[in-house]
Design a protein around this ligand. Structure first.
Ligand code: A3P
Length: 307
């Protein structure tokens, strides 16, 4: 699935240190998948939307695999894990004809910025958008481990100190731009729309049954209390670490790296095991600045960002 060198950009820092491989679209870095730009050009001309489509649109490391599993269970009315792969419906990888023709509700997922999305998807008023937001400190830690593992090619040459002080707010180098650019833009454009449901990772962790019930209502899917509880139990991080293991190895194929998993810790506040006090102070300075026009978002995360 990796791009050939000619189609990939090696993202380097000013000293030539390796950061990651990326496929570039419209000046933005995305995961390095084959023919990404050509495919997105086609999707942006025309995309075969369906009425019941669900669009799962997340910044990387926000819990996309987790939400995918919940949505698959809800839309199939069962807490049994499904055989389909999330990647089969990921825009960056390729939305092939079997995915395009699949019956039932399709859970199309992507890390694209708003401006790079196929307009047909954004204009599909009968589709539903779900977006998981996660506090940026845990995103930083999760993304660091992901990039450092080398799961998408060569491993990041930075250590944590460089990553958090130099890279995390760097629009030119991060995949899907920075967390704040991505999050603020989507929020500005979609918050308040009746077909947009923002879900907060921290709230889903705290009370999964309540949040899954809200998702079911938004999707107009019938789900009794018993099913909601079963889905919450089956999609706990402990369960998914085991239930998804085999599929994950299969899904990653050649990119698989021993010791790496998409189901790493799955907790709120792992950042406290990584940040020094000074890094935290710097981070909060950036964060307060970047979210100055979004008090609602700021408020959502502030509790999970206190040392
Ligand atoms: P950590 O690296 O902090 O553990 P994505 O799927 O968007 O790549 O996000 C990956 C992050 O979601 C990882 O975070 C992963 O552990 C977490 N995650 C995956 N499944 C989860 C679950 N069932 N419950 C909570 N977090 C989960």
């Amino acid at each position: 699935m990796e791009l050939s060198q000619s189609q990939t950009k090696l993202v380097l820092d000013v000293n030539g240190k390796f950061i990651c491989n990326a496929a570039v679209y419209n000046g933005h870095n995305y995961c390095a998948f084959e023919n990404l730009a050509k495919r997105l050009d086609e999707y942006r001309k025309s995309f075969p939307v369906q009425d019941g489509d669900i669009y799962l649109l997340n910044y990387p490391k926000s819990g996309t695999h987790w939400m995918w599993e919940i949505l698959m269970m809800l839309t199939h009315g069962s807490a049994a894990s499904r055989p389909e792969h999330k990647h089969e419906m990921m825009l960056e990888i390729g939305f092939d004809s079997s995915a395009q023709e699949s019956k039932g509700r399709r859970i199309i997922n992507t890390h694209l910025l708003y401006e790079d999305m196929p307009p047909d998807i954004l204009n599909n008023s009968r589709g539903k958008i779900i977006q998981v937001h996660r506090n940026p400190a845990d995103i930083a830690v999760s993304f660091y481990h992901h990039t450092k593992s080398g799961v998408n090619g060569t491993a990041l040459a930075y250590d944590w100190d460089d990553y958090i002080s130099k890279l995390f707010w760097d629009k030119e180098r991060m995949i899907s731009s920075t967390w704040s650019v991505y999050t603020c833009d989507w929020w500005t454009r979609c918050h308040g729309n009746s077909n947009y449901l923002p879900v907060f990772y921290e709230e889903l962790k705290e009370d999964p049954v309540k949040v899954i019930r809200e998702i079911a209502k938004f999707l107009e899917v019938e789900a009794e209390q018993e099913l909601l509880e079963q889905i919450a139990a089956e999609t706990s991080i402990e369960k998914m670490k085991v239930s998804k293991r085999e599929k994950e190895v299969e899904e990653l194929g050649d990119s698989f790296v021993e010791g790496y998993t998409m189901y790493r810790k799955g907790v709120v506040g792992d950042w406290r095991n990584h940040f020094t006090e000074e890094q935290h102070e710097q981070f909060m300075k950036h964060y307060n600045q970047e979210l100055r026009n979004h008090p609602e978002l700021h408020q959502k995360f502030i509790k999970s960002l206190q040392f």
